[in-house]
Design a protein around this ligand. Structure first.
Ligand SMILES: Nc1ncnc2c1ncn2[C@@H]1O[C@H](COP(=O)(O)OP(=O)(O)OP(=O)(O)O)[C@@H](O)[C@H]1O
Ligand SMILES: [Mg+2]
Length: 297
């Protein structure tokens, strides 16, 4: 049986009359890197703050390592490392001092791992935090979190301030955590940013989970692009995203429609044919662009 490290069950959150989260449920198995994806304002940080006990849910349950996370918060936090999206640091302390403080506050020892990570991320730990750029502030929090030996790591848009090289370092560190059997929750609004690390993802949109699963499964259900040259295009005009340029046509179909469509293409004298799976970006846009609900303001 797979051990559940984090379970989020039917979470609802209202800010006044605004419903920020609606029946949000997902869970993380031990040793899994889970991507929590969605556009700006979807509710990722709100859900994460509730998981961490920083915000109270309107209703719903959070279980971390089998325990109700709304009680015994201190105990739970000892097994958890968190890096927020906007890292706040004590302006008059140096990066190095802050890393030590963060470790001490969580009851974690300062190991040589801290020095390795400072080197890896090329942070100057002697500078006062108020002089740090956004990326450097993020590095301070990441170095502290990555040097903690905990069961669950939660990163809220961890690489938004990092350059591509540092982003790659971060990805490698997450993959190392995974190899060591740790569990990681990673939020992002860009699928390609987390693609190399994640086992499964949940996509959240307007406070609701619209899809959960592995990327492979999601690809299977996504539309395929068909490009073809045909003599008569009439029967294909009904398909989604139909476009025509002379005898060249393109449109999208589901995997289930494909056998029928290839039959029709043959009947219409197809002379050129290309069927391509969606790129990661296409896949994601299909969810982001999903039909606007009646709740649209
Ligand atoms: N304290 C609050 N009071 C009122 N509304 C809030 C509060 N915190 C968040 N919200 C609203 O809840 C919604 C979800 O916000 P949240 O920060 O969780 O989104 P997000 O998915 O993290 O977005 P981003 O990708 O921009 O970080 C937004 O509409 C936001 O304005
Ligand atoms: Mg956020």
């Amino acid at each position: 049986m797979m051990t559940k490290i984090l379970e989020v069950n039917d979470l609802n959150k209202k800010f006044g009359r605004f419903q920020a989260l609606t029946n949000v449920s997902f869970s993380l198995n031990e040793g899994e890197v889970f991507g929590f994806l969605g556009p700006n304002g979807a509710g990722k940080s709100t859900a994460i703050r509730i998981i961490l006990g920083l915000l109270r849910p309107s209703s719903g349950e959070i279980t971390i390592l089998g325990k109700d996370a709304t009680k015994k918060i201190v105990k739970t936090h000892q097994n958890l490392a968190y890096v927020p999206g906007d890292v706040y640091l004590w302006p008059n302390l140096t990066g190095g001092e802050i890393i030590e403080l963060l470790l001490k506050m969580g009851g974690h020892p300062r190991t040589k791992r801290v020095d390795e990570l400072i080197q890896l991320f090329e942070l100057d730990p002697r500078k006062k935090a108020r002089t740090y750029s956004k990326g450097n502030r993020q590095k301070v929090a990441l170095i502290a979190a990555l040097s903690m030996d905990v069961a669950l790591y939660i990163f809220d848009e961890p690489t938004s301030g990092l350059d591509p090289l540092q982003e790659r370092h971060f990805q490698n560190e997450v993959l190392k955590l995974k190899a060591a059997g740790k569990t990681v929750l990673l939020s992002s609004h860009i699928l390609s940013e987390v693609e190399k690390m994640v086992d499964r993802v949940a996509i959240i949109r307007k406070g609701q989970i619209v899809e959960t699963g592995s990327l492979a499964d999601m690809r299977k259900h996504a539309a395929l692009y068909v490009h073809a040259k045909v003599q008569d295009s009439t029967v294909f005009e009904k398909f989604d995203q139909f476009k025509q340029d002379g005898d060249e046509i393109s449109f999208t179909v589901t995997r289930e429609q494909l056998p029928v469509v290839t039959g029709q293409l043959t009947l219409q004298g197809v002379s050129d044919l290309m069927v391509t799976p969606p790129t990661l970006e296409d896949l994601f846009m299909q969810y982001y662009d999903a039909k606007e609900g009646a709740d649209e303001e």
